[in-house]
Design a protein around this ligand. Structure first.
Ligand code: C5P
Length: 223
C-alpha cells in the first residue's frame, strides 16, 4: 500500500470541478487528473472515425480510444490522440452532446478508470469527475462533493466562454442544457457517503480553492 494522498472532487456539470482541482493541485504541489477530459477524448476519437453518433457502439469507441494517451504538462495531464495533444476540440458540440451516452458504456468506464488510475499511480493527486470518490478511488484520503445552484453554474460557464456578463435569456438557455446533462449523467454521478459537501454558489474560486486546500493539508498532516 502506498501512503500517497488522493483527493477526489466530484459533482455535477459545470460545478467548477476541473479548474478548482487544477488550482488546488498547484497549491499543494500535487498532480491533477481530469477524468472528464478522458471521456471527452474517447468521444472525440470516435467522432473522427466513420459513422454518425447513432452508429457508435462500445467496441467502436474502445477501438478509436486505443490511440489516446495522457501526457503530463505543468502538473496536470493533456489527452493525446495518436500522440497529438487535444485542446478545445474535445469540447466541440458533438462531443458535448454525445459524451454522456459514451460514458454510459461499461467497457468505456472501465477503460477510463484504468487510464486515470495509471496516471495517478505513485503520486499525490487531485482527481476530478463524477465517480472518483465512489468507484475509482474509494480509499481516497479526502473526498469533496462540489455543487452550485444551476443558474450560477450556467452564469459562470457563459462568463468564461463569452468573456462578458451574459444576459438572463442566455443564462436561462444554458441552465436548461446543464440540467439536461445532469439528468443524462445521473447514474454515474454519485456522492460518496464520506464526501465533504461544498456549495460554491456564494463562494469565489479563490475561497473554494483555499477551503479545499486547507482540508487537504489538515488530512495530510494526520496521516
Ligand atoms: O467533466 P466534464 O463535464 O468535462 O465531463 C464530460 C462528461 O464525461 C460528463 O458529462 C459525463 O458524461 C462524463 N464523465 C463521467 N464520469 C466521470 C467524469 C466525466 O461519466 N468521472
Amino acid at each position: 500500500m502506498s501512503s500517497r494522498h488522493v483527493l477526489t472532487i466530484d459533482g455535477p456539470a459545470a460545478s467548477g470541478k476541473s479548474s478548482t482541482a487544477q488550482w488546488v493541485a498547484r497549491t499543494l504541489g500535487w498532480r491533477h487528473v481530469d477524468s472528464g477530459s478522458v471521456y471527452r477524448a474517447a468521444t472525440f476519437a470516435r467522432q473522427q472515425s466513420p459513422g454518425t453518433p447513432a452508429t457508435w457502439t462500445e467496441p467502436s469507441v474502445l477501438s478509436a480510444a486505443a490511440g489516446i494517451g495522457l501526457t503530463p504538462v505543468d502538473g496536470s495531464f493533456v489527452p493525446t490522440l495518436a500522440g497529438t495533444p487535444l485542446g478545445d476540440e474535445i469540447r466541440n458540440l458533438v462531443v458535448t452532446a454525445e459524451v454522456s451516452r459514451v460514458a454510459q458504456m461499461s467497457g468505456v468506464r472501465q477503460w477510463v478508470n484504468r487510464v486515470v488510475q495509471q496516471a495517478a499511480e505513485g503520486h499525490d493527486v487531485v482527481v476530478d469527475g463524477r465517480d472518483m470518490g465512489t468507484v475509482v478511488f474509494p480509499d481516497a484520503s479526502l473526498k469533496i462533493w462540489l455543487v452550485a445552484d444551476p443558474w450560477e453554474r450556467a452564469r459562470r460557464r457563459l462568463q468564461q466562454r463569452l468573456g462578458r456578463g451574459p444576459s438572463d435569456e442566455e443564462i436561462a438557455a444554458e441552465t436548461d442544457e446543464l440540467v439536461q446533462r445532469d439528468a443524462k449523467d445521473a447514474t454515474q454521478t454519485v456522492q460518496a457517503r464520506d464526501a465533504v459537501l461544498i456549495d460554491t454558489t456564494y463562494l469565489t474560486q479563490p475561497e473554494q480553492v483555499e477551503r479545499i486546500a486547507a482540508l487537504a493539508r489538515s488530512v495530510a498532516s494526520k496521516r
